[in-house]
Structures are given as C-alpha cells and as structure tokens.
Design a protein around this ligand. Structure first.
Ligand SMILES: [Zn+2]
Length: 520
C-alpha cells in the first residue's frame, strides 16, 4: 500500500477521532465539575463510541500492512506508530471489552460511594485523614487507619476478576500478561524500567533508613508510644506515602499568600501568559465537584483548563503550580503538528514539567520573593523527605502491580503486599496477612500500569533542573522548555525526546544527587 493511501486515510479518519475526543473531554469536564449522573452517563457512552472507532479490525489490519513498509516522512511514520498502539489496546473481542468496561464501572462506583465505619459512624476519606493528621491517641489512629482499609475486602474479588479479564485480553494479543502489554504499548522496556527502579532502591536505601529512624523518633514522642507500637497508622495518610513531619508549620508559611496571583506571576516570568487558562479553570471547592486536581486540554487547539480545590496550604500552592506546568506544556505544541501528535509522547515528560513546577513551592529561591523575612529551611527539608518517602511508595506499587498480573490465583497477594511495604517503606503490617490492604489503592484497580510514571517524572524533573543554567521561573528557561520539550509534541518517543532535551538518556543520577544524599 502506498503512502498516499495512508495520508488519505488520515484525512478522513482523524476528524472523526478528534471530534469524538472533543466530545468526551467536554463531557468529562462537566462530570468532574458537577458530579451529576447525567454527565456520568454521557461520558460513559461517548467513551464507548471513541473505543468503537479505535477497534475496527479492518482498519487495524490496514495499519499493520502500512507499518511493514512505513512512510519515510517522520510525522507520517510517527502517526502510524501512535495509531497502531491506540488500536492494539482495543483489539479484543467485543464481549471481553464490554465485560472489562462493566467491571471497571462497578469498581469505580464502589470507590466513589463506599464509606467505612469509625466508632459506629460512617466517615469520608477526609475525616479519616483528619484523624491521622491531628489525633494524638494511638488507638484512635489505629482504628481510623483500619477503617480506611475496610474497602479492601469488598474490592479484592472484583479486582482479581478484572485482572484475569485484562490478562485474557493481553494473551489474546500475544503478550504473557497485561502489565507487559501496557508497558510495551507505552514504549517502555520492562527490564530497563526495573533495573532503574532497583538502582533507585539501592542507592537511596541509606538515606531513607536514616530518615525513617528520625520519623519514628518523632512519632514515638508525639504519640507517647514505644517503637513496637508504631505502625502504618502513625503516619498522616493511609498509605504512608506523604511526609508526616512539619505539615502545620509549612501551611503557616503560606497562609497569607494569594496562590493564584503568585502562580500567574511566576509563569509570566517565563514568558507564559496563563490568564486565559485560569479564566477557563475551576479553582475552588464546591459541592459535587471532583476533590482532587487535574489539567485537561479540551480540543488540542488551545482550550486548556485546570481543576483545583485551592486552600491556603503549601500543598495547594504546589498543586496549582503543578497543574499549570502541565497546562503550559499543552499550549506549547508546535502549531503545525498534525492533531495526532499534539500531545506529550508519554506521561513522564509532562509529569516531569508539572513536578519541577510544583517543587518550586518548597524552595527558598521562590518563596522569598513574596514571603519576606522567613526561614524556608523547613520547606526545603520537607521537599527532600517527600521525594524519598514517595519514591519508596512507588517501588511498592510497581513491584506489586507486576506481581499482580504475573502470578497465579493461589499466590498470596496479601502477604506479598506487606513484604514489599516492609522491604521498601520499612513499615510492618503484622497481623494484616489476611486483609486485602493492596486492594484499597485506587490506582491498582482503575489506573493500572501508570504509577511508575510519577517516579520517572521525578527523575526527569531533577535531570532537567541539573540541565538548566538559569532560575526556573525565568525567560531563558521558558524559551528552552518551549523549544526543546513542548514544541515537538508526540513527534518522537518519550525516551528520544528526553535524550534530545537533556543531551543524554534519562538516568537516576541527578535525582539521587539531589534527594538521596544522607539527611543532615
Ligand atoms: Zn500531574
């Protein structure tokens, strides 16, 4: 088949995909800002329509035929590659696709509506977090933490069913299991990924152990308990993935900061006018609205919005900067790129950009511009702790996820989960071997084979930091990022893009030098 016919195909097919994707994004925005059942139904039916467009077996066979003799033009051949990977994931028998979609919808409903009981009363995730944040009574903390795990036993059988459906699909496409299929479709080599994770684990071990000891000492003093009585409930979040120290001190630092205007001025210094993005965004808490944060490019034509729930805390300063980092990336694609390539090649580069933007919230070089006369050491130390703590959590998630798809039904996942938590996070779950604690994490069920991107994004952020010779919020940095990171869109694979931006392949060295040195 000729290049001409692939181009003709793009000409008629892409407008259909872009229109459907625009409709999906609009429905998603309404759903996330209102939480109504109508919006949920609309979104679900549009998703199915988009999936159907991308599951036409005849088109897939044509794409495969073209790929045997790919076009020379780099944009054409990359579009072919992108389409092939989009289709591959949908090339399952319709019956199986529907079963998977149904199971996922069921699980997402349980996550959204389940409220565990604490001392006889139904409580929300926020209420549990409040106990873990503020309560000094170790018994009550333990009860709250256990309540946060109640959902596990309800979800676990559903997740295991979903895992076997996903594996059935992956095997039908010639992969040993779903985890490997997903990595392959995301252009990630399994062995390279795990050797990277292993390096991170080994080289940050000492720094993490020292940090852990410090955290445990503070926890023992704060809750007046012996070391043996500490547990996962001694941390401030249900998965021990966040820095548990100094949180109120940090929030006090930024309590009088106008987060939105600081963020706007900062990106302005890079030459990025974010006023339009902020105008379209949904910034503050409201009933029925998604409680987290994200950035969405509605049309790949410049309608970029963020969703936030801003409160006067350092976490929200970080989050607003983070989402705007994604947003300026989305606005920076070369205008002449074809629709299919107007996206980042993977989560890793855009997460890297968002993470490096968010990190500024903890740096004195940034904070001193609008908070005069304060000592920001407490924030810089927290950033280092956060990096170490979160990296261990990503290791638990990623090693567990591979095992989840790669082991037989007889394997004891409950025990494996706590073995990994103990190995990487140094936290013991004695007596939890019969509990399905792994099933409580949303991503295990509904954002599969995704978590590793956060850690690779951090590695990229640190490597970028090392590469930049000018302050982050400066015109020079803006020009560099625009030209090298944003403009190419999805014209290259993510690892080639990184190599071009950094001048060398992605490695953990910069991150380790920055955060995994021993804490003083
Ligand atoms: Zn992000």
């Amino acid at each position: 088949m000729s290049i001409q016919s692939f181009e003709e195909f793009l000409h008629t097919f892409i407008p259909k995909v872009s229109l459907k994707s625009l409709q999906c994004n609009k429905a998603l925005w309404i759903l996330e800002t209102t939480g109504t059942q109508d919006a949920a139904d609309l979104k679900a039916s549009l998703d199915v329509e988009l999936r159907l467009l991308l599951s036409d077996r005849k088109i897939y066979q044509k794409l495969q035929a073209w790929s045997k003799n790919p076009p020379e033009d780099i944009y054409l051949s990359r579009q072919l590659n992108v389409l092939l990977r989009m289709f591959a994931a949908n090339m399952l028998p319709e019956k199986l696709l529907k079963k998977i979609a149904k199971k996922e919808a069921e699980l997402s409903m349980i996550y959204a509506t389940f409220r565990p009981k604490l001392e006889g009363k139904r409580v929300s995730e926020n209420e549990i977090r409040q106990v873990l944040k503020g309560d000094k009574d170790s018994d009550r903390r333990k009860k709250a933490w256990e309540a946060s795990k109640e959902i596990g036993k309800i979800l676990a059988p559903h997740i295991l069913e979903l895992v076997s459906l996903r594996n059935e699909g992956a095997k039908a496409l010639g992969y040993p299991h779903y985890f490997l299929m997903q990595l392959d479709l995301q252009e990630v080599d399994r062995d390279t990924l795990f050797s990277l994770l292993n390096t991170i684990a080994t080289r940050s071990e000492k720094a993490y152990q020292n940090l852990l000891q410090k955290i445990q000492e503070k926890q023992m003093a704060r809750f007046s308990v012996a070391k043996e009585e500490l547990g996962p409930w001694s941390w401030e979040d249900p998965f021990c993935q966040e820095d548990p120290l100094d949180t109120s001190k940090l929030d006090k630092l930024v309590q009088n900061v106008d987060i939105v205007s600081v963020a706007k001025n900062s990106f302005g210094k890079m030459g990025f006018d974010v006023e339009n993005i902020l105008q379209r965004s949904d910034l503050y808490e409201r009933e029925g609205k998604n409680q987290h944060a994200f950035c969405l490019h509605i049309d790949r034509e410049g309608d970029v919005r963020t969703l936030n729930n801003i409160q006067p805390s350092i976490r929200w300063l970080e989050t607003v900067l983070h989402e705007l980092g994604h947003a300026v990336y989305e606005l920076g694609f070369e205008k002449s790129l074809p629709w299919l390539l107007r996206e980042p090649p993977h989560m890793i580069p855009t997460e890297g950009m968002a993470l490096i933007s968010g990190r500024q919230a903890y740096l004195s070089s940034f904070l001193q511009d609008f908070i005069p006369g304060e000592d920001f050491t407490v924030a810089e130390k927290s950033l280092q702790r956060r990096q170490l703590i979160f990296s261990r959590w990503v290791l638990v998630m990623t090693y567990f996820e591979e095992a989840l798809y790669n082991t037989g039904p007889k394997d004891d996942l409950n025990t494996l989960w706590w073995q990994l938590v103990e190995k990487f996070q140094g936290i013991r779950g004695k007596g939890r071997e019969r509990d399905f604690d792994w099933a409580c994490k949303y991503h295990i069920a509904l954002a599969p084979v995704y978590y590793y991107s956060y850690l690779l994004g951090e590695l990229f952020a640190s490597s970028l930091q090392q590469k930049l010779s000018t302050p982050f919020f400066s015109p020079q940095t803006g020009i560099f990022l625009q030209k090298n990171l944003f403009a190419p869109g999805n014209a290259y694979s993510w690892n080639l893009l990184m190599e071009k931006v950094l001048g060398k392949p992605l490695s953990p060295d910069a991150w380790i030098a920055q955060y995994a040195q021993d804490l003083v």
